[in-house]
Design a protein around this ligand. Structure first.
Ligand code: SF4
Length: 701
């Protein structure tokens, strides 16, 4: 008999529900889950092709120690003893975990607990640092807690949707489909896209502002000053300072010149924003991945706070995350500058009391880029990398490679046998893959969904939570890691969110701490905070949105005085500007049909057929200046590295800018690892790297 399982797509932060059916012949079929509130049955090309990616080709199926097949006992003992010995000799800050938004919430929770509560260091960071840590920092500055105020229903309720630094049509396709469908139902709704590139998303917009790279703060400060001049005012703290800072940008003509856009088009955008109560501003990596990322986020939030367009139907600033469980990782403390359950280091005693743990981290640990710098310098001597491929994805990735190659001890948990990072590990720990994993994820609209296993775990692979817990026990921390399964871990996580929480933290899963195993298994998607936000809509029904039950609908925020804050921000240039040697700005991003470093999507012929090889987009005038021919190969170089890609000459690219996709690496194309070119400058507040602005040069190959 065929069996059907409801689970969740493992790719982007939209978090679509899928149904996976395993037939009598063991063939897998995947379709959209019509009962999941986030996608209502829709899937994009990547989700539709999930069944193509579940095969065992190149899977890591048994532990490996120093290049040789090993038993689980040997592998786990090696990891536990190397970490224990290095901690004993050099202290807890000499070790680190580098984890991933691909982990389930339960995996993330256990890894964070081991590092922060038992080892006693906060040196656990995640590839989510590269994706949305600027949004986290911006939320904390404005709202007092890392809380996304909106949900996807707001996109349909909005009369104006502004997409900033987001090629939503390719990177969050089902969210984009929901926006387009709402506009088709009501053509009076408008869509504005703010992006230096003319992307597939910009093609469908009513207005496209192709701003100069890195000028988002100037643009949104210009909007804030214009809104204030129209009479918008707010009693919220920081309002006067933010408006004063914004006025320093000058009039519309000056703002337009600073942003490299037409003043009339800019005025139209400002008027649309000013005239439309139901406005949602969606932002993504184009905003976050900047040395001024946090200020960009707050410049956007400021405009919503000044106009009071937040906590209402169809009105909010809205960060959409890149990964399937970036939000779940944030909830359990996967970032090195937070503890668990959205608590800060000033609440370390609370966390330690709850865990009854022998130690607790009392200060932030190393963020991703500085973590690899610390490995290179020898301050961090052992690192455990889980479910991510930093030798491709980090900026200045060749430096990260050198760091790992000279590190005393590198353990890697992964489901794949060959990746750039796996190849430099001393110990390989085979992990379960998407179809075999069991737990929960949280998507961009705070919806917690079950990810259920529907295929047996192959070979000797194990769930990540099991691997981490076993190492913890072998390090002598048995009592804290005696979990029987993911339901056990989820209950503990839910209980911690409510522990000594007098309402000061919005993240509160109190109602879920008593779930039985069967109730956990049957859990249907729900949005936190439980019992506070509007109910998830029924399939086919109009959104159910009641002002007084919305998050922030009561105007109360998790700050000391209960108020949200505007933050005065001032535009500043990129960390590394263009020069005679590096005259162009390199931008990176996703293509429609590949995911991260392609270890899964490359298994699907139909996904690989969309764009078969790495490319570099160049404006026609830049192509002429640099003697480049459409379809020929070119060499792209920066101060940090170089790659070869095929030239696409297009007016979709701004003059002076290049675009190269982030996915390809040594495994799939020679000499095409864009991370090696990436600018390692980071936002001083969030630690997020400046992937969108690397000074570069280009020449025919
Ligand atoms: Fe998966 Fe994102 Fe596509 Fe939904 S939109 S099917 S979550 S990749």
């Amino acid at each position: 008999m065929p069996t059907t399982t409801r689970t969740t797509c493992p790719y982007c932060g939209v978090g679509c529900g899928v149904t996976a059916t395993v037939g009598d012949d063991a063939a897998v079929a995947v379709s959209g889950d019509v009962a999941h509130p986030s996608n209502l049955g829709s899937l994009c090309s990547k989700g539709t092709a999930l069944a193509d990616t579940v095969g065992l080709a190149d899977r890591l199926l048994h532990p490996v120690v120093n290049g040789r097949r090993a038993s689980w006992g040997d592998a786990l003992d090696t990891v536990a003893s190397r970490f224990t010995d290095i901690i004993a000799e050099h202290g807890p800050d000499a070790v680190a975990f580098y984890v991933s938004g691909q982990l389930l919430t339960e995996d993330y929770y256990v890894a964070n607990k081991l590092m922060k509560g038992y080892i006693g260091s906060a040196n656990i960071d995640t590839n989510s640092r590269l994706c949305m840590s600027s949004a986290v920092a911006g939320h904390v500055r404005a709202f007092g807690e890392d809380v996304v105020p909106g949900c996807y229903d707001d996109l349909e309720a909005a009369d104006l949707v502004v997409l900033v630094g987001s090629n939503t049509a390719w990177c969050h396709p089902v969210v984009y489909q929901r926006i387009v469908a709402a506009q088709e139902n009501d053509p009076s709704k408008r869509l504005v896209v703010i992006d230096p590139r003319r992307t597939a998303t910009a093609e469908g917009a009513d207005l496209h502002l192709a701003l100069a790279p890195g000028t988002d703060v100037a643009l949104f400060n210009g909007l804030l000053a214009w809104l204030a001049a129209q009479g918008f005012d707010s009693p919220r703290p920081g309002s006067a300072d933010a408006v004063e800072a914004a006025h320093a940008g000058g009039d519309i003509a000056a703002v337009a010149a600073a942003c490299g856009v037409d003043a009339d088009v800019l005025t139209m955008f400002f008027q649309w924003f000013g005239d439309t109560d139901r406005t949602v501003t969606v932002f993504s990596q184009g905003v976050n991945q900047s040395s001024a990322g946090t200020d960009k986020v707050n410049a956007i939030i400021n405009c919503h706070l000044l106009t009071d367009r937040i906590g209402k139907p169809g009105a909010c600033p809205f960060s959409i995350t890149g990964q399937p469980n970036a939000m779940g990782g944030r909830e359990v403390g996967g970032l090195s500058n937070t503890l668990a359950a959205h608590m800060g280091f000033d609440e370390a005693d609370t966390v330690q009391r709850f865990w009854d743990s022998p130690a607790i981290a009392r200060k932030p640990g190393l963020k991703a880029v500085e973590l690899f710098e610390a490995i290179e310098s020898g301050r961090v001597k052992a690192v455990w990398i889980m479910a991510t491929n930093p030798l491709v994805s980090l900026p200045d990735a060749d430096r990260a490679r050198r760091a790992l190659e000279q590190c005393e001890f590198v353990a890697v948990s992964d489901c794949m046998r060959h990746t750039d990072t796996v190849n430099v590990a001393h110990v390989l720990l085979p992990a379960a893959a998407w179809a075999e994993k069991d737990g929960t994820v949280t998507n961009s609209e705070r919806v917690i969904s079950r990810q259920r296993n529907f295929l047996p775990i192959p070979g000797q692979a194990k769930p990540d939570w099991w691997i981490i817990s076993d190492v913890a026990r072998r390090m002598g921390f048995g009592a804290g890691f005696d979990y029987l399964g993911p339901a056990d871990i989820f209950r503990e996580h839910a209980e911690l969110t409510a522990f000594e929480n007098d309402g000061g933290r919005v993240l509160n899963l109190a109602g879920l701490a008593d779930l039985s195993d069967d109730e956990y298994d049957a859990l249907t998607p729900l949005r936190w905070p439980v019992g506070h936000q509007q109910p998830l809509r029924a399939v086919g029904a109009m959104p159910v949105i009641e002002d007084n039950r919305r998050l922030f609908g009561d105007g109360v925020y998790p700050t000391d005085d209960g108020q949200a804050r505007l933050v005065a921000v001032t535009p500043r240039g990129p960390a590394n500007d263009i020069s005679a040697q590096w005259p162009l700005v390199l931008n990176t991003g996703r293509v429609r049909d590949h995911w991260h470093t392609m270890t899964r999507t490359s298994k699907s012929a139909r996904l690989s057929a969309h764009i078969p090889e790495p490319f570099v987009e160049v404006h026609p005038l830049d192509a002429e200046q640099h003697a480049l021919v459409n379809g020929a190969l070119a060499r792209v170089a920066t101060a940090w590295g170089a790659l070869t890609a095929r030239v696409t000459v297009t007016t979709n690219q701004r003059r002076g800018s290049l675009f190269v996709p982030m996915h390809w690496n040594d495994q799939f194309a020679a000499d095409a690892r864009v991370g090696a070119l990436g600018n390692p400058a980071v936002c001083p507040i969030s630690g997020e790297p400046e992937f969108k602005h690397t000074p570069a040069a280009i020449a025919p190959y």
